[in-house]
Design a protein around this ligand. Structure first.
Ligand SMILES: Nc1ncnc2c1ncn2[C@@H]1O[C@H](COP(=O)(O)OP(=O)(O)OP(=O)(O)O)[C@@H](O)[C@H]1O
Length: 602
């Protein structure tokens, strides 16, 4: 549908408004290809790329050199190296060479970009733009340096641009809604949660970057064959600014946004360019205003960021959702070791933050099929411990064995793949993705294709009473539903162990009761070991088979709930005084009898 709208709009403009209309329509389609090439990476990862004009430059020059007529080459590029001189290839070979050049450029430049992430990655893309600009200027024998590179056959017609634009829309949509794109979008929403779902930040960013580099180079070739003559400055800041403005104004999160932004800014530019030269309307004369186009672009950008940070389109994607497509990069199913040891065992795990020993020689076991509770007063080190087990933090010493395999030193996404699911104290969902997509991201880690992952996710949502919410954005869910979705997402990993960090935090008693029933069901239905961190003693005492208590980073007790309730060290840690000091817990079981203290549960 998107492609059809673009095609009709471009063809109508192209044929109804003469040569100028055709030029504008062609330019719009070329810009659209360029914006989509950025959107594949930037829209997916949330990392703004300022470097794609560089890929376009590479594409334009590669195709220009290869397709330049031999006769012109002699005068335009007299110093061309021998291996390039005297060759004139057809456009098909040139396009393949452009794609290869984009691939190589993407492979090389993607390493720092994918490793860095965030604003550091954006700055790296800016460095890329500058480096390529300097190279294009410096390689005079091949590019004519800062002089105009001419003699490039003007092969880009309205029709060729349209064919490319259609292909780009299809690729961008396919990428967005299939495995790699879904996982990349998850990293944009929350990189820590994405890793906990088994997503390798580096791999998905790298894949997205390489694809976008290839598309960028192809868009550049298209642009080069439209211009016929260009110089390095045509692929520098002005073009970067223009493309980024198109992406941001339309909305970088969707393909629809890229299309709307490109169309709008192309139209605005044409109008501003007309006005820039001065307009005489008879009754009023608008004088020449230099830089009006750039000024207009800047204003559009500012207004959008201020009034609509997600762009005009926001999160709305036009057209059908691409379902049941085979994932482009199926995740390999983790080989679960055939071990007789079915437990998650933590041994002498320690972590110090500066002068604070957050975890001190902690050792305990989470057994499969059992619910283990981890309790302790505020600041005891519970979350730090979970982060150490999940690989989010590196321990100073100690081991974390999952069914006999040591996890220490492994990246969080690999530990997730090895069978460890988790939720977070402060809920971390992929808010701008649907409920179904949230769970599918995790299911993709263990299922072989997108279809299977989607089916597994749907089944899980139904089991956790979220079936009806599947197509809602996760950010719009109520609090209790958000907690449930986080658990559903963790279960999609088919974990052998599931760590829940304060699942009842912020819940009212009714919601907590529902949570308890759900956890009972999970423990019954799934063959996993549960570790539940909670401050709600009422819940913990009824839910757990075994409880580990830590205070100031050290384990102070462990055992069955009944024993823990009356453990003097536990009571002291919670109440802050020794039980001998006649503290009476107001519970029916103790009835307020001195020295029969228990921490407050019924
Ligand atoms: N990244 C960090 N850098 C420095 N100190 C930290 C860091 N993370 C945690 N701490 C400190 O380590 C101690 C243990 O914190 P942690 O969050 O693990 O406790 P907790 O038992 O989960 O507390 P709560 O029940 O309040 O969530 C606290 O004193 C905390 O301030």
């Amino acid at each position: 549908m998107l492609a059809a709208i673009v095609a009709v709009a471009a063809l109508v403009t192209g044929f109804a408004f003469g040569a100028n209309g055709e030029r504008i329509a062609t330019l719009f389609l070329i810009y659209l290809c360029a914006v989509l090439s950025i959107s594949v990476f930037t829209g997916g990862s949330g990392i703004t790329s300022f470097g794609h004009a560089a890929f376009m430059g590479i594409g334009a020059y590669v195709s220009g050199i290869l397709t330049m007529p031999k006769a012109l080459q002699v005068s335009a590029l007299p110093q061309l190296p021998a291996f390039l001189a005297g060759h004139e290839t057809g456009i098909v070979i040139a396009v393949l060479a452009v794609a290869a050049a984009g691939l190589i450029a993407g492979l090389i430049t993607g390493v720092p970009v994918a490793r860095l992430g965030g604003s550091s990655a954006s700055i790296a893309t800016l460095a890329l733009l500058i480096i390529v600009h300097v190279i294009l200027n410096g390689a005079r024998e091949i590019t004519r340096g800062s002089q105009t590179f001419y003699g490039v056959p003007r092969l880009t017609t309205l029709l060729t641009a349209l064919i490319f634009a259609m292909a780009f829309i299809l690729i961008a949509r396919l990428f967005r809604d299939t495995g790699p794109g879904l996982r990349l979008r998850a990293t944009r929403e929350n990189d820590v949660a994405a890793q906990a779902c088994g997503v390798s930040l580096f791999q998905v960013r790298y894949a997205g970057w390489i694809l976008s580099a290839v598309l960028g180079a192809l868009a550049g070739a298209l642009y080069g064959h439209f211009l016929g003559a260009f110089s390095p400055k045509d692929f520098y800041f002005d073009l970067t600014f223009l493309l980024i403005a198109m992406l941001i104004v339309g909305g970088m999160l969707t393909v629809t946004g890229a299309i709307v932004g490109t169309a709008l800014i192309t139209a605005v530019i044409q109008i501003l360019r007309l006005a820039e030269g001065g307009i005489d309307l008879g009754f009023v004369h608008i004088p020449v205003i230099f830089g009006l186009t750039q000024l207009g672009l800047g204003m559009a950008l500012l207004l959008t960021i201020w009034r609509r940070p997600l762009g005009i389109v926001g999160l709305q994607e036009l057209g059908p959702k691409l379902k049941a497509l085979v994932a482009l990069a199926p995740a390999e199913t983790p080989a679960k070791p055939a071990s007789s040891d079915k437990s998650l065992t933590v041994t002498t795990l320690s972590k110090r933050f500066g002068g604070l020993q957050a975890c001190d020689d902690l050792s305990f076991t989470i057994a499969r099929g059992k619910v283990t509770g981890l309790i302790g007063p505020n600041g005891a080190g519970k979350t730090t411990l979970v982060n150490l087990i999940c690989g989010q933090l590196k321990p100073d010493r100690g081991t974390v064995m999952i069914d006999g395999e040591n996890m220490v030193g492994r990246a969080p996404h690999l530990i997730a793949k090895a069978g460890l699911g988790r939720t977070f104290q402060a809920i971390k969902l992929f808010d701008r993705m649907t409920v179904l997509e949230n769970v599918t991201v995790a299911a993709l880690t263990i299922e072989s294709n997108l279809s299977a992952a989607r089916n597994a996710a749907e089944t899980l949502l139904v089991r956790l009473d979220l079936g009806k919410e599947a197509q809602r954005l996760a950010g719009t869910l109520a609090y209790g539903e958000r907690r449930r979705l986080e658990i559903a997402r963790a279960l999609a990993l088919k974990p052998r162990y599931l760590l829940l960090d304060e699942p009842a935090a912020g819940m009212n008693p009714v919601e907590t009761e529902a949570l308890k029933s759900m956890l009972d069901r999970i423990r019954h239905d799934f063959d996993l070991g549960l570790l539940v961190i909670e401050h709600d003693m009422h819940l913990i005492m009824r839910l757990c088979d075994h409880i580990v208590v830590i205070n100031k980073g050290q384990k102070i007790a462990e055992g069955a709930p009944a024993a823990i309730r009356r453990d003097p060290k536990v009571i002291e840690a919670y109440i802050g005084a020794a039980p001998e000091t006649e503290i009476i817990a107001p519970t029916p079981s103790t009835g307020g009898v001195k020295n029969e203290t228990a921490i407050g549960i019924a």
